[in-house]
Design a binder for this molecule. Structure first.
Ligand SMILES: [Zn+2]
Length: 123
């Protein structure tokens, strides 16, 4: 693996901080949702827009939860010494790509191939 110990430590710190940030957001959202639950809206339009907001919140929260899981897996890979290895071909993921997206498990070639395959299936 081309990554140095220092680079791995930096990635681990970056991922840990990122996760902590997301977790704060998760509990804040939870809190505000409980508050909304207790508020009643006599105007049905308000009620409707509130529900749209809540669905939006839930979607974001769901995405964040999945991201937290990915961050955990990335931290795990750092510990296992597998960080930066492509899941599909076993090759090195470029440092530039890891810096842009540290939770990635695929090198750019495999990711592109996967996306093309997904697009073909949708068509
Ligand atoms: Zn690959």
């Amino acid at each position: 693996m081309a990554l140095t110990k220092k680079q791995l430590a930096d990635f681990e710190k970056q991922l840990t901080d990122w996760k902590a940030e997301l977790e704060v957001g998760q509990s804040e959202n939870m809190h505000s949702m409980q508050e909304q639950e207790q508020t009643s809206f006599p105007d049905p339009t308000d009620q409707a827009s509130m529900e749209t907001d809540r669905n939006f919140d839930l979607r974001i929260k769901d995405r964040e939860r999945k991201l937290i899981k990915k961050i955990d897996q990335a931290i795990e890979r750092i510990k296992e010494g597998e960080f930066g290895e492509c899941d599909a071909c076993g090759g090195d993921i470029s440092l530039k790509r890891l810096q842009a997206r540290p939770v990635t498990t695929l090198c750019i070639e495999c990711k592109t191939a996967q996306e093309q395959e997904e697009r073909t299936r949708l068509d």
